[in-house]
Write a protein that binds this ligand. Sequence first.
Ligand SMILES: *Cc1c(COP(=O)(O)O)cnc(C)c1O
Length: 388
Amino acid sequence: MKAIPYGKQSVTEDDIHAVIDVLKSDFWTQGPKIKEFEDAFASYVGSKYAIAVSNGTAALHLCTMALNVKPGDKVITSPITFVASANCVRYCGGEVIFADIDRETYLLDVNEVRKQLEADLNREIKGIIPVDFAGRVVNMEEFRKLADEFNCWIIEDACHAPGGSFNNSKGEKIFAGSGMYTDLAIFSFHPVKHIAAGEGGMITTNNKDLYDKLLILRTHGIQQNAALRIYDDSLWYYEMQELGYNYRLTDIQAALGNSQLKRANEGLEKRREIAKIYKEAFSGNHNIKDRNEGQSEHHAYHLYVIEVNHRKELHKYLREKGIFSQIHYIPAHLMPYYRQLGWEPGVLPNAEDYYSCCISLPMYPTLLLDEQMFVLNNMNHFISDYIK
Ligand SMILES: *Cc1c(COP(=O)(O)O)cnc(C)c1O
């Protein structure tokens, strides 16, 4: 049997042709495919605006820039995320405050965030970056209420959850990145994510001012709209108004991303079917703690995380069989970089306890049933040989 990774991209003939068409066209970057992808993506998540950028990390950086994070500012995020969710605060010289996760959902705990905000007497905390970890979407309505109370902004790190949702207090289905309760949301098109473009990212928002600002920051701070230039209106004139970056996406990547987006819902369905099979297989198994919801209409199942004792041995055992499970994530506050900034083990007990036993099983739309059975059989072998 071929190696089974924890996540994997897929490609179709349509994807390949979409890329070839761009290669044969006049525009390899900043051509028509960017806007096409942005419009389709905004409509997929239900936001007013979308801005395509070079990767998810660039998306986060542009968001913290657009929200004016500066030295002395503090921003709260989850320790159970990819380090980029925190690093974007550091890029702007701000300080990261990690608040603990909810032990059941693995998401940033709104009560822990409240504690931090209440203790912040000088009002140095400016924003919150909740993460839709594993594809489970954070209840942003709750976070919005809290953020409003303390005059904070919200960036939703929705990299794991395109197509995922939660129900608000009125019972309405609110999609990740819709901007209903958040200021900005970000996505990634790294090959391991739901929609892959090689590298790539997207910011979504309903805020026109932030949208206009992000467009400028994405391309060196140069004002694209001639009417908004300060000094000149000649046809050859361009005007850099702020210090920005080159965080553009190419048309080649946008065409691939847009082609992948067309089957995003199909992929989501497949992920939910895979989740259902795992959930059923693990139910009643006291050696495996499976806190997933099974075939949820909300969960985007970027990852299928379970908790086990002997996690290290299981990881190694599966690896020897060609099954490459993965650990998501090493708590960000335990990284040497953040330790050097004062963080140390013991301060976020839920995150650290979670990390001691979590493991992500293979989860991607092209995972075949017999491959999933192979994974499950090997887990059973492991349990009967090593645990019982
Ligand atoms: C992938 C990911 C990122 C970063 O995206 P890149 O495109 O790799 O820069 C940020 N946050 C989370 C939660 C991610 O999974």
